[in-house]
Design a protein around this ligand. Structure first.
Ligand code: CP
Length: 301
């Protein structure tokens, strides 16, 4: 049984196959007459709507479930919730606080499990990011400068970029960078230099010559109590239009959204000419459809 908990659960060629399916005009109705459970322990605009629509476009019926309705390890064990949902659904998507819960769901191995965001990873976002880069720049062997917190979005993007032969630069203050295990795991899938992540102290150094500049909020869901400390830690890391003047001439700006204008990004960047955040948001649905189509094919074989 194949699951998607992190991007490197796919091989590079499988990743390309998912992107190709995301752009295919006539998807196979691989979920016809079947359901997909979509469990959300945290809020969502893009992930919930893109996943629901992707399931519908594949002929299936999505059922969104709030975290408290099933109560992972509170009302019932993670394993029993997974077994129960697998009685009715062809696949389960879950947005969870604790990545270990996804690993336990996948270990049940009843139906494919899709990570719709955990504290560790956001692979569905990274698939949409790659799709956007391929459409906008016509290639994937690009240099991506990620400025900000090395969070779940950054981690999945680092895997995705490394796996398709790109170069991944991170600009973040000490204490907000990847741990050694993540850096080593990214280097292990790096199809370009084998070096993995390039780390910079200053955003200007990461952005210079980059094809893609990317950021996310400095305070992720569940970290609200650290907001003031984080604002201080990331002082000087706001992406400005002057910063983007040094990137590659055709370079683009991406953000997984929601954006905090005036914090991690200036308003004239996220709303400016290099910004592709709306095609990127739209690609969440296409990437989700491509992934589910591919996963259902794997489940059949
Ligand atoms: N980018 C993203 O995952 O958005 P949502 O939190 O709205 O799903």
């Amino acid at each position: 049984m194949r699951h998607l908990l992190e991007v490197d659960d796919l091989t590079p060629s499988e990743l390309t196959a998912v992107l190709d399916r995301a752009e295919a005009a006539d998807p196979d109705p691989v979920l016809a007459g079947r359901g997909m459970a979509l469990l959300f322990e945290k809020p969502s605009a893009r992930t919930r709507n893109s996943m629901e629509m992707a399931v519908v476009q594949l002929g299936g019926h999505p059922i969104p479930i709030r975290g408290e309705e099933v109560g992972l390890d509170v009302r019932e064990t993670v394993e029993d919730v997974t077994r129960t949902l697998a009685c009715y659904h062809a696949a389960i998507g879950a947005r969870v606080f604790d990545h270990a819960h996804l690993e336990r769901m996948a270990a049940v191995d009843a139906v494919p499990i899709v990570n719709m965001l955990s504290d560790l990873a956001h692979p569905l976002q990274a698939l949409a990011d790659l799709l956007t880069i391929r459409q906008e720049l016509g290639r994937l062997d690009v240099t991506v400068a990620y400025v900000g917190d090395a969070n779940n979005v950054a981690r999945s993007l680092a895997f995705a970029v490394a796996m398709v032969g790109g170069r991944f630069r991170l600009a973040a203050p000490p204490g907000h960078r990847f741990d050694e295990a993540t850096s080593e795991r990214v280097a292990a899938v790096d199809g370009s230099t084998g070096q993995g992540i390039e780390v910079h102290d200053r955003p200007e150094l990461a952005v210079e010559g980059a094809d893609v500049v990317y950021t996310d909020v400095w305070t992720s869901m569940g970290q609200e109590a650290q907001a003031a400390t984080r604002l201080r830690a990331f002082e000087g890391y706001t992406i400005t239009s002057a910063m983007l003047d040094t990137m590659s001439p055709n370079g683009i700006f991406l953000h997984c959204l929601p954006a905090h204008r005036g914090e991690e990004v200036a308003a004239d960047v996220v709303d400016g000419p290099r910004s592709r955040v709306w095609p990127q948001a739209a690609n969440r649905m296409h990437a989700a459809r491509g992934l589910l189509w591919w996963l259902m094919e794997q489940a059949r074989t």
